[in-house]
Design a protein around this ligand. Structure first.
Ligand code: URA
Length: 239
């Protein structure tokens, strides 16, 4: 492969790669190389005397704004991936599960396909916590209905925890689910006669939306957050 390609695969931008080559920081089988297009084997490339490290997996949380689609590409609308800088977009990074376009809050994005798969698989039952604002006064009957498993047209939802925070003309509640079928939270609230006005996701498993992130902002997950997700999905001891 081309030398500049070997460097971009290791996580550098093309501009960074060209500058590093021009400054003589890159050696191939011992000799400094100035030709970015030279055909190389990545294992023969040294940067500042050290072998190239394959870039480590990327794990991010994003505070998704309304109007953004949870996809890698869309012909018309901004996507969660288009909100990230180029250095992440060059990697095969993708969202873990989906939030509807009008739903805001926590979206995890990662290059780690195995973890992403397990977090959305019903088998590992990752908890998702949402804050919901709905029409009408929520009460004990609604809490019981959620706990009992609400029947929807095509399936019965698993028991879910509903915690009413305020109740009136509009109500505010937190709801915790262990599954994530299409429009599930909206459909559950509609089924008990309280259509949703707004929905925000606050937590997935052990990862809580960082309240310092404004809508559209992201940050890397901490090592503890990644270890917690990996432990939860039995990928390793989390170490
Ligand atoms: N439930 C919904 O209805 N929509 C979402 O985006 C997530 C959960």
């Amino acid at each position: 492969m081309r030398l500049d390609k070997a460097l971009t695969l290791a996580g550098y931008t093309r501009t960074e790669a060209k500058a590093m080559i021009a400054r003589g920081r890159v050696r191939v089988t011992g000799a400094a190389v100035r030709d970015a297009g030279m055909a190389v084997r990545p294992e023969d490339v040294l940067l500042d005397g050290a072998p190239l490290q394959a870039e480590r997996e990327v794990y991010l949380m994003l505070n998704k704004p309304a109007g953004v689609v949870t996809a890698t590409e869309d012909a018309r609308l901004p996507t969660v991936v288009s909100l990230l800088p180029e250095k992440y977009r060059r990697r095969k990074i993708g969202p873990v599960g989906r939030l509807d376009r009008d739903v805001t809050g926590l979206v995890l994005l990662t290059t780690d396909g195995q973890l992403a798969h397990r977090l959305i698989s019903p088998r590992w039952k990752a908890e998702k916590l949402y804050r919901a604002r709905c029409e009408g006064a929520l009460g004990e009957a609604d809490v019981r209905a959620f706990a009992g498993g609400i029947e929807l047209a095509d399936f019965t939802a698993r028991p879910a925890q509903l915690r009413v925070l305020s109740s009136g003309e509009f109500s505010l509640a937190e709801v915790t689910l262990t599954e994530g079928k299409f429009h599930q939270v909206k459909r559950m609230f509609a089924a008990v006669g309280h259509p949703l006005v707004a929905l925000e996701r606050l937590r997935i498993g052990c990862v809580t939306l960082d309240e310092r992130l404004a809508p559209g902002e992201y940050r890397s997950l901490t090592a503890e957050e990644v270890a917690g997700l990996r432990r939860m999905t039995e990928l390793d001891g989390g170490e």
